[in-house]
Design a protein around this ligand. Structure first.
Ligand code: UDP
Ligand code: MG
Length: 310
């Protein structure tokens, strides 16, 4: 029996890459046409360049190209979610639209799937020169913090390049949580998972859409989505410092009795400044979680589809 595959490609301003990618996917998947049929679902995440026109032109001549176009930019993770929500094939494969995720890996993923794995994820090789130093270091740092704070053992270098079996995709469809973090969610779900190492290619054209600011935000969202340990840390810190300040009271009293109270100005200012900063920091951490509750409580859709040929 021929199995059906849906390939999901989220794109944001990738006018130069999308044609190349669809071509590369055909090259890889056509030889397997005896075993698999496939469709590519391109999710246009509110691009401001000609991406949508390019996709429509491709779809016109090629029935295997489908698209979902958002009303504005909703972000990479929500674009992935839209693809998964609409996909109904036996398995769903997601990859980036900039050719950094090599399509040649797809047959290997399919083999592992046939062996019985429900999730085949990929791990970016460490010693690659195609990724710049800062990006690699921040990424590694993120996985270290994530693994320490969240009760989730994530391998560093996991990306949104993975194969999901139908039953796994069905579970993801039902999740409507705000600030999606697929890497963590997929790991958290369990099932039989297998990781494949790969070397990423250079981005073909255009620039990375993840600026440092966006990456930092993504990291904070990921961590706060999976762990409330930062709240505990805040509470413990508060507790520890109240103990320390309790010990300060006898010192202050003794100074007073010895008539040296006025000399304490410097330590007073330093303490006030320090605790002021600490309190703001802890309030900020609490605020992050309240913000999450607020956003989730509104039950807004994660994305709005403006146009699709699915
Ligand atoms: N992307 C998206 N919406 C966004 C940002 C990025 O759909 O708001 C897409 C982008 O077009 C690409 C993928 O997500 O296909 C990964 O983004 P990018 O290559 O810029 O990230 P990097 O590889 O630099 O981490
Ligand atoms: Mg990229």
């Amino acid at each position: 029996m021929v199995k059906h595959i849906h390939i999901i490609v989220p794109v944001y301003n990738e006018e130069e890459n999308i044609g190349l990618l669809v071509h590369a996917l055909h090259e890889v998947l056509q030889p397997l046409s005896g075993k698999y049929s496939y469709e590519v679902i391109v999710v246009n995440d509110g691009s401001s360049d000609r991406t949508l026109e390019v996709i429509k032109a491709l779809a016109k001549n090629d029935a295997r190209v489908k698209f979902i176009s958002f009303s504005r930019n909703f972000g990479h993770q929500n674009a992935l979610k839209a693809g998964i929500d609409r996909a109904h094939a036996d398995c769903v494969i997601s990859l980036d639209g900039d050719m950094q995720h090599p399509p040649e890996l797809i047959p290997v993923m399919l083999e592992k799937w046939e062996e019985g794995y429900d999730v085949v994820y990929t791990l970016r090789e460490e010693d690659d020169s195609s990724l710049d130093f800062v990006k690699r270091q921040t990424s590694n740092g993120f996985y270290r913090v994530m693994n320490r704070l969240a009760d989730l053992e994530m391998e560093k270098g996991t990306a949104d390049f993975r194969l999901l079996d139908r039953k796994v995709a069905d579970v993801l469809k039902d999740l409507t949580e705000y600030e999606l973090f697929f890497r963590g969610l997929v790991k958290w779900m369990g099932f039989k998972q297998y990781g494949i190492h790969y070397k990423p290619n250079e981005r073909r054209a255009g620039r990375s859409k993840y600026t440092f600011k966006k990456m930092l935000r993504f990291a904070v969202q990921g961590i706060t989505s999976f762990s409330i340990k930062p709240l505990y840390i805040a509470a413990y810190l508060g507790f520890a410092f109240s103990l320390v300040s309790l010990m300060y009271i006898p010192y202050a009293l003794v100074s007073y009795w010895m008539g040296q109270a006025i000399s304490g100005w410097t330590s007073m200012i330093v303490t006030i400044a320090f605790f002021g900063g600490l309190q703001l920091c802890i309030l900020g951490i609490i605020g992050l979680y309240i913000g999450k509750i607020f956003m989730q409580g509104k039950h807004r859709p994660l994305y709005i589809v403006q146009e699709t040929n699915l």
